[in-house]
Design a protein around this ligand. Structure first.
Ligand SMILES: [Zn+2]
Length: 245
């Protein structure tokens, strides 16, 4: 038989940025999800149970450990989030964003001057942030898409794009946001500089550092002169702004 589910769950959680949060805390007695907000946990568990063989091996072992916990002492808040996330993997198909070479080159180049280059953009009414996953990540080099909140804690994880352009939805991606997010990611991938310009026009903030843009040349570019230098981009001409047909 398989190794004890418990050890799997612990070793997998050890990969997680905040393993301490996974220490099983007694679940609150009953906390039913508000109807219509998220599929109930039972639906996620049913999806996992019936779709185990469709998961990648490491996800499958993890899902089995979650199912074992669920029928035993119950799931912690963190485990519940993972159950939903794995169930979502089963129901969502991979989405192709497109050719990523231009965007990746832009971010890679900035990495020579910046520890953690980040690109801001807007998806619908939500500001998003794109960074490159570091070497310690489960998917080093992938493009990580989160909300644009400052600081390192509590950002919503919307998904990741592999370097060959396949998007995988993250646990915090609301289905209402998804079409806007995919549109935004496609237009950033196609034309990173055009996306920068649009962000500057719409928000008046630099698409790299989020500081207010101070003059017409910066608004036109979507970034200020300091960021232009760090990112190896032109700055100083007020250019025509083209939208896609
Ligand atoms: Zn800036």
């Amino acid at each position: 038989m398989r190794p004890a589910p418990q050890s799997f769950s612990l070793s997998l959680f050890a990969d997680n940025p905040s393993p301490r949060a996974t220490q099983a805390q007694p679940s609150p007695p009953t906390a039913p999800a508000p109807p219509g907000v998220e599929a109930p946990l039972s639906a996620a568990l049913t999806a996992l149970r019936s779709g185990l063989d469709k998961l990648a091996p490491s996800d499958r072992d993890f899902a089995q450990s979650l199912l074992a916990s669920a029928s035993g002492r119950g799931l912690s808040e963190k485990q519940t989030a993972w159950a939903h996330r794995l169930a979502r993997k089963l129901t969502s198909k991979p989405v192709v964003i497109g050719e990523m070479a231009g965007l990746i080159a832009l971010l890679d180049r900035a990495q020579t001057n910046l520890k953690r280059p980040r690109l801001l953009s807007r998806a619908g009414s939500v500001d998003i942030r794109i960074t490159i996953a570091g070497p310690a990540s489960r998917t080093p080099g992938a493009l990580m898409v989160t909300d644009a909140k400052a600081g390192d804690i509590g950002r919503a994880f919307y998904g990741r794009i592999s370097r060959d352009g396949v998007f995988e939805a993250g646990k915090d991606l609301d289905p209402d946001l998804e079409p806007f997010l995919l549109n935004a990611l496609r237009s950033i991938a196609t034309d990173p500089q055009g996306a920068a310009m649009r962000f500057g026009r719409v928000t008046g903030a630099c698409c790299f550092c989020a500081l207010p843009l101070q003059n017409a040349a910066s608004v036109s570019a979507g970034y200020g002169p300091i960021c232009a230098e760090k990112w190896g981009l032109p700055w100083g001409e007020v250019r025509e702004y083209h939208t896609h047909a």
